[in-house]
Write a protein that binds this ligand. Structure first.
Ligand code: T3D
Length: 257
């Protein structure tokens, strides 16, 4: 059904694999539209409660396929039409998105990893704000997410100097949720995804939304947003199950309802 990505449902998790390994999973037009479609499909499938985004071969993604752009390309329009809808969808999607960063994440590939809710990082992976090396500026949400994760000064350093950040440093900087060894790669990603997929999905969606909105709101607005989110969470089946399980001294069985 897709040419440039793989879409595999495993239990309650969907694995979306960027699949142009010979081009380090750089983005051409088909991959933009297929990734957006895959995210929409995962969003609409009630059985899917966690999304893993990874890359085939030795890279996560090297960003824009540079053989596809030339002097006639309007980069602003390319971003508005192709990258931004993907980054926006990842923020809005009411399910946890895990970037399983298997290798190099460069340019918009780095931005894509930043836009995920969690980054599980292979010890072989690296992050590179490659934009500066070709006279461009970080895009696809990079200037939004990176300073929020590592602070203004470090973000500026990574954006302007364009130095590669290895897995260990990514862990130290707070870019990596966890650094994972090669031998445990698949099993640890699966276990992490399964853990998220068995959690109260609606509460996770509300947390994502509240956290995102909190950047633009004064305290008063944040308090109201929390109250509104809690009203909704309080009506969920998973909240009832959580309380019931607590009272019955058993493990809750959340269904995402
Ligand atoms: O329209 C717009 O441009 C606006 C939007 C911009 C968003 C962006 O993402 S801009 C940034 C674009 N990305 C880059 O500048 C990164 C370019 N790639 C690299 O710097 C390096 O390839 C890496 C550091 C990622 C990896 O280096 P290395 O030594 O491990 O691999 P390599 O030998 O450079 O690459 C392997 C192959 O992949 C090679 O092809 P070949 O020679 O084997 O046929 C290389 O050309 C290809 N490749 C790597 N990155 C890209 C690419 N082909 C097209 N586009 C790429 N981005």
């Amino acid at each position: 059904m897709f040419d440039t990505i793989l879409y595999e449902v495993r239990g309650s998790t969907v694995w979306i694999t960027l699949n142009r390994p010979e081009k380090l999973n750089s983005f051409n037009e088909a991959m933009h539209s297929e990734l957006l479609k895959a995210l929409q499909e995962a969003e609409n499938d009630k059985a899917v409660r966690a999304i893993v985004l990874t890359g085939a071969g030795r890279a996560f993604s090297a960003g824009q396929d540079l053989s596809e752009v030339d002097n006639s390309t309007d980069y602003g329009d390319l971003l508005r039409n192709r990258y931004n809808p993907i980054i926006q969808k990842m923020a809005e999607i009411g399910k946890p998105v895990i970037a399983a960063v298997n290798g190099t994440a460069a340019g918009a590939g780095f931005s894509l990893a930043l836009a995920a809710d969690f980054r599980l990082v292979s010890e072989k992976a690296s992050f590179l704000n490659a934009f500066i090396h070709i006279g461009l500026v970080p895009d696809s949400g990079n200037t939004y997410y990176l300073p929020r994760m590592v602070g203004h000064a470090k973000a500026l350093e990574l954006m302007v100097l364009g130095d590669k950040v290895g897995a260990e440093e990514a862990g130290r900087l707070g870019l990596a949720t966890k650094v994972i060894s090669e031998e445990n790669w698949k099993s640890e990603i699966s276990a992490f995804a399964d853990r998220l997929a068995s959690m109260p999905t609606k509460a996770i969606a509300l947390i994502k939304e509240a956290l995102m909105k909190s950047w633009d709101l004064p305290l008063e607005g944040v308090l109201e947003k929390e109250a509104h989110a809690q009203s909704l969470a309080g009506l969920s089946g998973d909240h009832r199950e959580g309380v019931q399980a607590f009272l019955e001294k058993r493990k809750p069985l959340f269904k995402g309802d």
